[in-house]
Design a binder for this molecule. Structure first.
Ligand SMILES: O=C(O)c1cc(=O)[nH]c(=O)n1[C@@H]1O[C@H](COP(=O)(O)O)[C@@H](O)[C@H]1O
Length: 282
């Protein structure tokens, strides 16, 4: 796929039009309870519909966390499918957080499940785990690039267990995370304004010395709000050019529900902070 239909081009346009922010839909049992909803498929459905109705027409990207839908089996997946449809109608890009990764032949089936235009679970982009080797993701990346979708590859995750693997040195002296960043850079080479393949880098990681200057693609940045990361930390992690950074919040916004007005206020307030931090001055 080339031109405006590419995921990177669509993401750039969405971030420019709506602002650089991704809102996660993570219907934790604790949040369902705080919203006065049962921990059941009907509670999940009402939670999800409220978030989609409140935020689908103002967030650039919405990221449902698949695990919270999968916990209800086929009924949860049905809620997810209908959220994907509604979000697409409201103009938000849907990034499904499934963190898939497997041997190549199975990765091809995941690509069919989430990235094939004929699938009911087709989304604009997915998260993927490269820890079976970056090459194992090739079927997902190829399917995404062919069909106008995107893949966000985990590189430096926000959890405290991440560095033991991601900062480990490979035979050529680079860290595992740097090899992932460099592989993604190669996929994006020559594509502008933004490549179709991104990386995931947590806001909580601090200054690690990883070089993302040739990435050419977007960086999804979770770990903000509930996990302690702040927009002020972004410059320490990414330096001065933040134009490719997509900050992501789940609980920080969701905890404001079920009031639609409070959900929207929270999104607008965080969006202002992200705009001020991420978009170049002047
Ligand atoms: O891929 C992700 O989105 C992700 C990567 C990562 O390094 N850390 C991380 O927290 N996430 C996801 O981002 C969301 C964070 O939720 P909050 O902590 O509530 O904002 C969860 O759905 C996590 O699974």
């Amino acid at each position: 796929m080339s031109g405006d239909g590419r995921f990177g081009a669509r993401l750039r346009a969405a971030m420019d039009a709506r602002g650089p922010l991704c809102v996660g839909i993570d219907p934790h049992p604790g949040l369902l309870s705080a919203w006065g909803l049962p921990d059941s498929p009907s509670g999940l459905e009402r939670f999800t519909r409220t978030v989609v109705d409140a935020l689908g027409d103002r967030a650039a990207v919405v990221k449902p966390q698949s695990a919270f839908f999968e916990r209800f089996g086929s009924q949860g997946i049905a809620v997810l499918e209908s959220a994907i449809r509604q979000l697409s109608e409201s103009g938000a890009l849907v990034l499904l957080d499934v963190k898939r990764g497997d041997i190549g032949s199975t990765a091809a089936a995941y690509a069919d499940a989430y990235l094939d235009p004929a699938s009911p679970l087709r989304v604009d982009a997915i998260t993927a785990s490269p820890f079976l080797g970056f090459g194992s993701l090739t079927p997902m990346i190829e399917k995404a690039v062919e069909t106008g979708a995107g893949v966000f590859v985990l590189a430096l995750t926000s959890n405290p267990e991440g560095p033991a693997v991601q900062h480990a040195k490979t035979a050529d002296g680079r860290t595992v995370a740097q090899t992932i960043i460099d592989e993604v850079s190669q996929v994006n080479a020559g594509v502008s304004p933004l490549g179709d393949v991104g990386v995931v880098v947590g806001a909580t990681i601090g200054e690690t010395g990883h070089d993302m200057s040739s990435l050419g693609g977007p960086v999804l940045v979770p770990g903000l709000g509930a996990q302690g990361g702040r927009t002020e930390d972004l410059r320490a992690v990414f330096g001065d050019d933040l134009s490719f950074v997509l900050p992501s919040y789940s609980r920080e916004i969701l905890s404001q529900g079920p009031s639609v007005a409070r959900l929207r206020d929270s999104l607008d307030r965080l969006m202002d902070a992200c705009r001020r931090t991420v978009q170049p001055i002047g």
